[in-house]
Design a protein around this ligand. Structure first.
Ligand code: SAH
Length: 250
């Protein structure tokens, strides 16, 4: 199995593939001023198995297009949508987020939890903007420094993992300079990382290793996940995902 298939296999059993929470998705919806009063065309980029997609579809009068490049995740999303009676409101699209087949100004809302880093924040904000109607909402969660003062080894770790990690003010400046007006911001709580994401992920490690006969590739994946969890546990006061909610200016 290639690395992506192994990663998909490890992550697909869980409700979410990154830090987040149902209450946090709803909080971002409220900050965006989204409610059932009008029909919304929404796109959920890097949706994984659809933790946020399902909440958006359930809470809103909407048609949600859920995009991910791993078909294994989308298959589970479709099953979950069916079980929740939401199939009519959700369609899945298996493609890469850097070549989206959409029309300009197609969407009222573009959502993306824990995934825009795959484009890079600056590039992602610029690229996704064109698919939003004027006045449309961009709601994204992005790795963010919670302080200007950080231990050197943490800084080095993130420079290697994702060089664009930055402070709240720097991320907001990217949005503002990119033609957005900030509607709201909050940082994901530790619970979103530990209870909602790392705990279920960790509980699948043994089974994953056994299933893959403790192959070097499988072990490397688990070591990497363990390192990420250990770093988070040591340094959770210094970074989180920031949830940024912004409106495209006309
Ligand atoms: N939004 C989900 C998943 C976050 S994990 C949640 O909060 O649970 C990041 C997701 O982005 C994964 O599902 C991964 O498959 C997807 N992804 C990574 N690179 C991508 C790309 N280039 N195009 C589309 N999806 C991508």
């Amino acid at each position: 199995m290639d690395e992506y298939s192994l990663l998909a296999d490890l992550h697909k059993k869980n409700l979410r593939q990154g830090p987040g929470g149902e209450a946090e998705t709803k909080r971002a919806m409220a900050l965006a001023g989204l409610d059932k009063s009008r029909f919304l065309k929404i796109c959920d980029i890097g949706c994984g198995t659809g933790a946020s997609t399902l909440v958006l579809a359930e809470q809103l009068n909407a048609k949600v297009t859920a995009v991910d490049f791993l078909p294994q995740f989308l298959e589970i999303l479709r099953q979950n949508a069916q079980q929740s009676g939401l199939s009519e409101k959700i369609s899945t699209l298996n493609c890469s987020m850097d070549s989206l087949p959409f029309m300009e100004e197609e969407f009222d809302v573009i959502w993306s939890e824990g995934a825009i880093y795959n484009l890079g924040f600056q590039r992602g904000v610029d690229y996704l903007k064109k698919f939003l109607k004027p006045g449309g909402v961009l709601a994204v969660s992005e790795i963010t420094w919670l302080t200007e003062n950080r231990p050197e080894d943490l800084d080095a770790y993130w420079r290697e993992e994702y060089a664009e990690v930055d402070t709240v003010s720097a991320k907001m400046a990217v949005l503002e300079q990119g033609g957005f007006s900030i509607l709201g911001y909050f940082a994901l709580s530790k619970n979103c990382w530990l209870e909602n994401y790392y705990k279920p992920l960790h509980s699948g490690f043994e089974e994953f290793l056994e299933k893959n006969d403790f192959s070097p590739q499988a072990r490397a994946i688990i070591e990497n996940e363990k390192r990420e969890i250990a770093i988070y546990k040591s340094y959770s006061d210094y970074y989180s995902y920031g949830f940024y909610i912004a409106k495209k200016l006309a």
